[in-house]
Each structure stands twice: as C-alpha cells, then as structure tokens.
Design a binder for this molecule. Structure first.
Ligand code: DGP
Ligand code: NA
Ligand code: NA
Length: 210
C-alpha cells in the first residue's frame, strides 16, 4: 500500500574529508534497519553524461572554465530533481551527500559572484534539513587522502569553509552545524535524534523550493 506521507529530504554539507560519507551512510543504515523507506544519493552524480564530464574535470583530465563547470554542476542536480521529487512524494526519505550549497561555495571560492552562482539552483527542491559538518581545514589536511582531487587544496578549502559558515547563518532555520571532530558515535546519535523528530513532522510540511 502506498503511504500518503511524504519522505524527508536530508542533505549533508561540508568541506572535503569531514566525514559526510560516513555519517550519511550510517544514517541511511539506521533508517533502513528501522524500516523507513530511504534512499541514499550524492552530488555530483557521476553516473549521468553530465556527471561523466564533471568527473573528468575533478580528476583533472578535462579543463573547463569556472562558469561552464558551475552550470554543469547545477544541471547535474536539475537532471535528478524529478526523480527525487517522485521518491519524496511516494514516501521515500532521501539522504543526499552535497547539494546546491556545495555548488555555490566551491565556485565562489574560485572567484565567481555569489548571486550569479546561486541563480541556476533557484527552483530546486529545498531540503527539510541540512547537516553541516564543520572542521578547520588546516586540521583536515592531515586526514587520509586529502589532496587527490582538483579542489583538495588547503587555501581553497579555507574559503570553502568560510562560505559554508555563511550559509549556516543565512539558512539557520533548517541548518544544523556539528563539529566534525566529535566521535563518529556522538555525531551519529545527534543526527539521528534530529532526523527521527523530522520524520514525525514531515507529513505536515509542504515541499518547498530554493
Ligand atoms: P565529492 O564526490 O563529495 O568528494 O565531491 C567532489 C568534489 O566536487 C569536491 O571537491 C566538492 C566538489 N563539488 C561538489 N559539488 C560541487 C558543485 O556543485 N560545484 C562545484 N564547483 N564543486 C562541487
Ligand atoms: Na571530495
Ligand atoms: Na541552525
């Protein structure tokens, strides 16, 4: 039987290597174990044609201007949005690793204008909650495998971190900031509590757009 309750749209954001994948996977497993209908996705979605171009750019085998790659990252979200909406309306909760906020912060960190960067993402579905894992990039640099991809450079990560802080203030009603250096278990427990409360309320919350 189909549920008439929509799913929750949950986003994880933060700098490279803060533990977004670990926390989003743990939340996914927990909800699945509790019998919640849930899917895990991430952006960039490297499995589409646009995603393949993005992947080549990130692996440094493709050069594209800042503007072009920005619009491709946004298009990569737009090409997935109808399937996300269909899942949510069918009652499936979506856990999404990175979203439009990453889109803006990485491009602005490279020097593009904030409002120009935000514009193509206007109209995308708005998350019900954003879990922002915050860490000082200088401390993150010592974590495993920092530095393999294009953006994993300390100076850029510092700017990225400041821009995420800006979003955290601007979008404070649905953003929750966590210290990425808390233990995995502490983080998981706090994130789970907020999520479980959200799942109780989401039926009365209409889906909004950015
Ligand atoms: P990940 O697969 O989460 O490790 O992300 C790959 C890299 O791409 C990471 O350095 C962050 C960056 N990134 C993710 N989304 C966007 C976006 O929308 N725009 C830009 N410019 N960079 C992004
Ligand atoms: Na990364
Ligand atoms: Na908040």
């Amino acid at each position: 039987m189909e549920s008439n309750k929509r799913g929750a749209f949950i986003v994880f954001e933060g700098c490279d290597r803060v533990g977004k994948s670990t926390q989003s996977n743990q939340l996914f497993e927990r909800l699945k174990d509790k019998g919640v209908a849930v899917k895990k996705i991430n952006f960039p979605n490297r499995s589409t044609i646009i995603g393949d171009v993005i992947n080549r750019f990130l692996k440094n085998t493709e050069e594209l201007s800042n503007e072009v790659i920005h619009l491709l990252f946004s298009a990569n979200r737009w090409e997935c949005i109808s399937s996300i909406q269909a899942d949510l309306m069918a009652g499936t909760t979506i856990i999404c690793d990175r979203y439009a906020y990453s889109g803006v912060v990485y491009s602005v960190a490279k020097g593009l204008d904030f409002d120009w960067c935000w514009a193509p993402d206007l109209g995308l579905l708005k998350p019900d909650v954003v879990f922002y894992l915050k860490a000082n990039p200088d401390q993150l640099a010592s974590r495993d495998s920092f530095g393999n991809e294009r953006y994993e450079k300390l100076e850029l990560q510092r700017k990225v971190s400041e821009l995420f802080d800006h979003f955290n203030e601007r979008e404070s009603s649905y953003w929750h900031q966590f210290d990425a250096f808390e233990t995995k278990q502490e983080l998981h427990s706090k994130i789970s509590t907020i999520t479980e409360n959200l799942l109780l309320q989401v039926a009365e919350k209409p889906l909004e757009r950015l």
